[in-house]
Design a protein around this ligand. Sequence first.
Ligand SMILES: Nc1ncnc2c1ncn2[C@@H]1O[C@H](COP(=O)(O)OP(=O)(O)OP(=O)(O)O)[C@@H](O)[C@H]1O
Ligand SMILES: [Mg+2]
Length: 153
Amino acid sequence: MKKILINECKIRFRAISRNESFSRSAAAAFAMQCDPTASEIAEIKTAVSEAVTNAIVHGYRNVDGDRRGEVEMIMRLYDDKSLYIQIKDKGIGIEDVEAAMQPTFTTAPADEERSGLGFTVMESFTDKVRVRSVVGRGTTVTLEKKLGGKSGA
Ligand SMILES: Nc1ncnc2c1ncn2[C@@H]1O[C@H](COP(=O)(O)OP(=O)(O)OP(=O)(O)O)[C@@H](O)[C@H]1O
Ligand SMILES: [Mg+2]
């Protein structure tokens, strides 16, 4: 049966690190309408945070201060309690998505102390992660998670 879209929200914000916590809270607030469990909310916040941090840190790596681009977040909720969150940047893009998604793969310089586990975290805290990326044009990450909610439906 085709699922029915029951709510949708689009947000755009500047690709700066102070918006990482904003995006986490926005995702949690949107998901609240499904009466989710505390762990579902924690998982959504963590997964969104990883994707948004990637857009900010990697996507716009070589762009300074006020020339930084934007991150767009689109959230959709369907009648079967499935939540889709899309995080888009128009940054540098990813050359090899499959390689980038391998645990411990990172292109960050050693002094940033990144562990290369962001995609692994997104995958373990959601049901599905899809990545579309074009070098020089940007990256879109879609997180999909079915919420059981407190009612256990
Ligand atoms: N939005 C993006 N734009 C450009 N490159 C990206 C983007 N997201 C991820 N990448 C690339 O994919 C790699 C792996 O990402 P991942 O989040 O798994 O690890 P990380 O960000 O390097 O480290 P960690 O998330 O553990 O701090 C990054 O090092 C980067 O090369
Ligand atoms: Mg990361």
